[in-house]
Design a protein around this ligand. Structure first.
Ligand code: EPZ
Length: 441
């Protein structure tokens, strides 16, 4: 990836103020494809204004849905004119969640052709074998044909069945739910993922007329084949955006109040910040929830085990590692979800962090302070971790590959500037002008 834009950050200042949290990316990228399961009109509110949402809406338009922007965070979707068409690579490759169109098209039409998904690369192929296992259980064959993953029901319609997921995969859980809604009969998903966005997609489908029971537990039951219609829905607040800014408040020894949040989704992040010595105060103001995080002086180290919900979220692992880099003492961070999600630590090391990685565990020796450097993001949450480190560091940091960050954080420069961050989005021509390139004889 060769972005021409970089972030230039001058760190070392406490961040103080309020930040409005946007809608949850990982709920929205599943709910938008789910609209294909009915012919009707939808109003979806609290959509985050990020590139992953733009990419998902482009795929819906490609399939014939009519999309009308009613505001920065609100769209009207009319799926009356939707037809089942292959989703080409140039659309599917922009995000990992394009694979939800497999489950949605399979559930609506009994077949789907979707080019392989894109998304953050943690140093290895991100498998979809559990998605395929679920589709097979419902009576669909799944194969590849060039750039496409092709799913096709073998009978006239999908049939409900029991699906055991070997791992509580978020994507596989959601994809099986989407297909099972269109299947005849009852589907039970065992060892289902329990993340907040699973509950939000289930609530959305139930508003459409589906019956998805016990989402948020390890056993989800779906009564398939029910009549489905359009509906209205407000996306839940983004747990990971909130956790990122909570961690940033602690790292800069400032005080941030995050507004429009759901505090039960933040329990593990709150617990670990308190263990480090930060103050975390959730409260309800005018019937909406907010949470205030503050810290002063040197924070203490703590150990983290990132795991499936309700454990500490893996999508918060990089950001918290950045904080632990300047906490007193030695911290151990283990990621039991992704085998190789520590590539970003090389970039933190350039800033003076003392981190040793072995397998899926990082040992962090806290240092007094970090120093600004030129670094680059190798995925979305790695980019967020570098922003935290840069704002806590002394001196100036430039961060490259920031299109990763724009995939998941709405208006991050504006939100941070409003609480005192010295941060700018600057165009850096990475490639020298052609005239400077010497001809090699
Ligand atoms: C979702 O990815 C999120 N992405 C990821 O967040 C998040 O890290 C992950 O869930 C875990 O919470 C979206 O929701 C768009 P998984 P997903 O299937 O669904 C293995 C972010 O930063 N697995 O729960 O792809 C897999 O290798 C992104 O917002 C299989 O083995 O994750 C991993 O070890 C990054 N076979 C584990 O399960 C499969 O078929 C969990 O993966 C599927 C997954």
């Amino acid at each position: 990836m060769c972005d021409l834009e970089k972030l230039v950050i001058r760190g070392g200042k406490p961040l103080i103020g309020e930040i409005e949290i946007s809608g949850a990316k990982n709920a929205a990228v599943a709910i938008l494809p789910a609209t294909l399961l009915a012919k009707g009109e939808f109003i979806i509110d609290n959509l985050p204004n990020i590139s992953d949402i733009d990419a998902t809406l482009d795929i819906l338009r490609h399939l014939g849905a009519e999309i009308t922007r009613l505001g920065k965070h609100t769209v009207r979707i009319n799926t009356m004119g939707v037809t089942n068409k292959p989703i080409p690579e140039f659309l599917a490759c922009k995000l990992r969640a394009s694979y939800y169109f497999l489950g949605a098209l399979l559930g609506r039409f009994g077949s789907a052709r979707v080019a392989m998904p894109g998304g953050c690369n943690f140093g290895g192929v991100r498998p979809i074998d559990l998605h395929i296992k679920g589709f097979n259980a419902l009576g669909a064959t799944v194969g590849t044909d060039g750039e496409y993953v092709v799913a096709q029901t073998t009978a006239s319609t999908l049939m409900g069945n029991t699906v055991f997921l070997d791992k509580p995969s978020v994507g596989a859980t959601i994809n099986v739910i989407l297909a099972a809604v269109g299947a005849k009969g009852i589907t039970v998903i065992e060892n289902a993922a329990k993340e907040p966005h699973i509950v939000d997609i289930a609530n959305f489908l139930n508003r459409m007329g589906a019956e998805v029971r016990c989402a948020g537990t390890e056993r989800i039951t779906i009564i398939g084949g029910l009549p489905m219609k359009g509906c209205e829905h407000i996306i839940i607040p983004d747990q990971i955006e909130t956790g990122t800014y909570m961690t940033l408040a602690a790292a800069t020894r400032g005080q941030l109040t995050l507004k429009n949040i759901t505090s039960p989704h933040l329990d593990k992040i709150t617990a670990k910040l308190r263990e480090c010595g930060a103050t975390v105060i959730p409260e309800e103001v005018d019937s909406s929830e907010q949470i205030t995080v503050s810290a002063s002086g040197r924070l203490k180290c703590c150990d983290i085990k990132a795991e499936a919900h309700p454990g500490f979220p893996t999508d918060m692992q990089p950001q918290f590692t950045a904080l632990l880099s300047i906490c007193e003492g030695t911290s151990m961070v283990t990621d039991s979800v992704w085998d190789n999600r520590f590539k970003y630590t090389d970039q933190l090391t350039k800033m003076g962090a003392q981190i040793k990685v072995s397998g899926n565990t990082a040992c962090i020796q806290g240092t007094n302070e970090l120093t600004g450097a030129s670094v680059f993001a190798n995925d979305l949450r790695a980019g967020a971790a570098l922003i935290i480190a840069a704002l806590a560091a002394k001196g100036t940091t430039t961060i490259g590959n920031i299109s990763y960050i724009d995939r998941g954080y709405e208006d991050i420069v504006e939100k941070l500037s409003a609480v005192g961050a010295d941060i700018q989005r600057v165009e850096f021509p990475d490639v020298p002008p052609v005239s400077n390139i010497q001809k090699v004889e």
